[in-house]
Design a protein around this ligand. Sequence first.
Ligand code: GDP
Ligand code: MN
Length: 381
Amino acid sequence: MKLHEYQGKELLRRFGVNVQDGKVAYTPDEVRTIANEYGQPVVVKAQVYVGGRGKAGGVKFSPTPDKAFENAEKILGMDIKGLTVNKVLVTKAVDIDAGTEYYVGMIVDRNVQSFTLMACAEGGMEIEELAAERPEAIIRHRVDPVTGLRPYEAREVALKAGFKGNLNKIADIMVKMARAALELDANLVEINPLFIDEKGNPLALDTKFDVDDNALFRHPDLAALRESEADHPLEIEAAKYGFAYVKLDGSTGVLGNGAGIVMTTLDVVNRVGGKPANFLDIGGGARADIVYNAVKLVLKDSDVKSIFINIFGGITRADEVAKGVIQALQEGILTKPVRMRIAGTAEDEAKALLAEVNSDMIKMYPDMFQAAEAAVEEAKK
Ligand code: GDP
Ligand code: MN
């Protein structure tokens, strides 16, 4: 579960990390009031669950309360990577040119079966970009979850990364960030930028926080921070039907009966040169109404240009699957072509039903690759 910057900063503050004073606002008027109260330049920052807000125009330095009001008018309601900004964080600004911006982060790293501490002297940029462009600039260090990050380890990493400033204080922030990650069961905690002022003192200007969903039962206070807007709206709708649905970035909708077959289907779509638009597992034994709802759900994603249904009929009957798709067609909601591979139980019945309907919108293939190619071809049209 992702947290907003203001929530992550509050958590870091609890662990003793130095952060700027800040308050959340929902209207430009509230922003002006806060700026007035602080009586110094502020930064108005969009609170949405994505990085790169600065580049997208969602972070604005505001020297006066009127400027803060103006900037809030621009940022509130803005769209950043598909998310609408409905609140901003107003923080006391620092003089960024008078200091340095670094990066520090803790991630759960499957490669080392533990946490990895990362540090880089080139802060501000997104770590994914840094990792792609200058991987050698990022210092990595495995952190033992039992002992946590020890101060001497933090100092060593800070030195290797080329950090300048008060090394003890910087190491102290890293240790505290690591403690927050470990104690709160985070998948990821980043401080980027970690700002070092002229006197060498560190301050967390921005943070990213992602808490392990499976550990939320241990942190009821964090679980309460969940906002449904954090999830993709279709994922919420899918949860109502009990579907496992994950939105992806391609154009071929994928639907199958079981997590294994859906994973395979995603691979096959890629193999034949397509890109899956989603993962959707309708589970075992699905009847026509469930298939109908699943097709309807996938079609709500405007990125979807075709649908590939891959079913191996065991307890799921092929004719029930066909009926669900045919119902969608007859009700006029099937706006994109469906290409299916259904094999197994009641395969012949399914074929007969589709032959009766005889529509170009629904075609059935005996082979998974043929069906995938047909679906991908439709998506490319
Ligand atoms: P992100 O783009 O989503 O990572 O948002 P950040 O909070 O990291 O802000 C982006 C950039 O805004 C930072 O890299 C800084 O350059 C700048 N910024 C953030 N806080 C301040 C501040 O207090 N003062 C000034 N002058 N710039 C800031
Ligand atoms: Mn940042």
